[in-house]
Design a protein around this ligand. Structure first.
Ligand code: F6R
Length: 609
């Protein structure tokens, strides 16, 4: 969602701030702004739309040479997409500017209090309230004013604050929203995401909740909002620059689809011992006692991660014989869930910052569940709040439409299911068989990727149609949901995913002449039944595109177009079946002329409930 980058040091910072914002563009936003202290005075520039619009405005004014500043990309929550609502927000009486990710939940009460004190608000945002509150509490020390204001605030925040009365000081703080302080040579770069820092320094401090850092070119001081000193934790950022660059691909989504063989090899490395029929998961190793007690698993996630979690539900019941239920974390949170002794909650999330998933996790933990995370971003909020977990290790996902994280999530859930299965009833032979097949997944995805041109040609035939169906059964029912989500989020085509058998209970009414219906019809327990469902669509004039198992010639009698995937045991088939669907969605969006990496209205990491 929103992005933060800030700088204090000895260099003019305008260019660095703009470059940082460009690195954060992938997160999704609808306006941008920056503030620099120039010759002792605060200068603020904002623009609706892309970062390039902000750049144009800055160019028109002439470059700032100030060595302290901050910039922001805003994804609107409180108040429309306007220049006035864009960050930074200011308190003009004191000369304070503030940028903010998150939501100030008690902003209405604070606003009334500040209005009574004579403050006049320009915007409709919760952030301006915080800027004014800091101004109200300012008594000549910015750090103290920020601490005092944050003691009054409920909600989530990552903030950066500068003040023209203290022109070398940047104060930053966080609770619930990520913020990292990159430490350079006499300079500091603060950002909401390591990708805006890594081209300058790889040494960084990650803030814990309620931490406040006062930074000047001479050094920094870390404390809590109650001014208790905190020993900073400085770490080496793992991120490589090439991981966040396009490297010859046209879009990050395309790059990440093609990266899947590599990302899955990283995910499996050192974790699968096919010879011995065992799975080694370091993140679970110290929790044998709790894991042995698990009698029921709840999986909580949103969007693509939920589709992976739904496959996890099949895996846990099938391979580990543990009752499992996957659901929207946002619904789980508010439906008074029953957590019995022996319940484990698994939060599945690429970013580890999704507010709905985090809230679901809190609810389950409060009710006594043992909490596991299946997360990509190391050290993220969800990763920190779980008792144990397994990282995806698929590398940073920049494309807004999640692809390699999905296959990584399914891969990790498969390994956890095998791990738990082996602790219960599964024989080493059975585990060996599945681990050997799991090991073949990257190479099999490589084979699917060689069909890219053919998949594009099939997509081209149908991508002018406004309504599509995606149908699958068993393990590939969630894959069908994922295929539909991918298509709608980047090509804006209306698509429905559902269990193939459900279609005849109502949605079949939608089928008319020429409507594309994508069936996942790989060889498996329900193959014959899927063929019957295909006939029901064909009989009503629908066009069938089948994702089928290599060498299945029979399917050609049923489907107009066939995309082949290699044979694999059914529990592992979603990792292959999803790849042609990802490519179809990608090509449909490109052919229809959309900006694949900046889909309208979407944000990469959704940090509001
Ligand atoms: C879709 C997509 C979203 C995310 C969802 C959860 O392509 O990316 O549906 O999957 O917002 O995000 P994470 O996995 O970060 O919790």
């Amino acid at each position: 969602m929103c992005g933060i980058v800030a700088y204090v040091g000895n260099k003019p910072c305008q260019q660095l701030l703009i470059e940082g914002l460009k690195r954060l563009e992938y997160r999704g936003y609808d306006s941008a702004g920056c503030a620099v202290i120039q010759d002792g005075a605060l200068r603020v520039v904002k623009a609706v739309g892309r970062v390039s619009n902000l750049e144009d405005r800055l160019e028109a004014i002439g470059s700032f040479t100030g060595t302290i500043g901050m910039a922001h990309t805003r994804w609107a929550t409180h108040g429309g997409v306007t220049d006035v609502n864009a960050h930074p927000h200011t308190d003009d009486k004191v000369g304070i500017a503030l940028i903010h990710n998150g939501i100030i939940e008690n902003y209405a009460a604070l606003k009334t209090y500040l209005e009574e004190k004579g403050h006049v608000f320009k915007s409709q945002t919760d952030t301006e309230v915080l800027a004014m509150l800091i101004g109200e509490l300012y008594e000549g020390d910015l750090e103290k004013a920020v601490q005092a204001a944050l003691r009054e605030v409920t909600g989530a925040y990552a903030i950066c604050v500068i003040c023209e009365k203290e022109p070398s000081t940047l104060v930053v703080a966080r609770k619930g929203s990520p913020l990292i302080v990159g430490i350079g040579n006499g300079e500091y770069i603060v950002a909401s995401d390591a990708s805006a820092i890594v081209s300058h320094t790889t040494q960084a401090m990650t803030l814990a909740d309620y931490n406040v850092v006062k930074i000047t070119p001479q050094g920094f001081r870390t404390s809590t909002i109650h001014d208790v000193p905190v020993t900073p934790k400085i770490e080496q950022l793992e991120l490589e620059l090439q991981e966040i660059e396009l490297g010859g691909y046209r879009h990050f989504m395309q790059k990440e689809i093609f990266e899947q063989p590599k990302s899955l090899r990283n995910c499996f490395r050192g974790r699968c011992d096919a010879k011995e029929g065992r799975v080694i998961l370091g993140g679970l190793a110290d929790h044998a006692k709790e894991l042995n007690k698990v009698r029921r698993i709840s999986l909580a996630a949103q969007g693509t991660a939920l589709h992976a979690a739904m496959i996890g539900q099949y895996l846990f019941e099938d391979l580990a014989k543990i009752p499992a239920r996957a659901e929207y974390a946002s619904e789980f949170r508010y439906r008074n869930p029953i957590i019995e002794d022996g319940t484990a909650i698994i939060a599945v999330s690429q970013s580890g910052e999704t507010a709905d998933t985090l809230a679901g996790l809190h609810e389950a933990k409060e009710r006594g569940a043992f909490a596991l995370g299946v997360i990509n971003v190391v050290g993220s909020s969800i990763a920190r709040e779980t008792d144990a977990g397994v990282y995806l290790r698929v590398g940073p996902e920049i494309g807004v439409a999640s692809t390699k994280a999905f296959t990584g999530q399914v891969a990790v859930l498969t390994m956890i299911a095998l791990y738990l299965g082996r602790r219960r009833f599964m024989s080493a032979e059975q585990c060996t068989e599945l681990l050997t097949a799991l090991d073949s997944v990257p190479e099999k995805i490589e084979r699917i990727l060689t069909q890219d041109a053919a998949i594009r040609a099939v997509t081209q035939k149908y991508c002018d149609r406004e309504n599509w169906l995606f149908l699958g059964r068993g393990y590939n029912y969630p894959t069908a949901l994922e295929g539909a989500l991918k298509l709608k989020e980047i090509s804006y085509i209306h698509a429905e995913g559902m269990p193939a058998a459900e279609m005849k209970h109502g949605p079949i009414a939608l089928i008319n002449e020429g409507m594309p219906a994508v069936f996942i019809a790989n060889k498996g327990r329900q193959y014959e039944k899927v063929l019957s469902n295909i006939q029901e669509v064909r009989a009503r004039g629908g066009h069938v595109i089948a994702v089928a198992t290599e060498c299945d010639e029979h399917i050609k009698r049923y489907a107009e177009d066939v995309l082949y995937i290699p044979d694999i045991p059914e529990p592992l088939s979603p990792m292959l079946a999803v790849v042609p669907l990802q490519l179809m969605a990608y090509h449909a969006a490109v052919i229809r002329g959309h900006d694949v990496d900046k889909p309208r209205n979407l944000a990469k990491s959704v940090t509001v409930e």
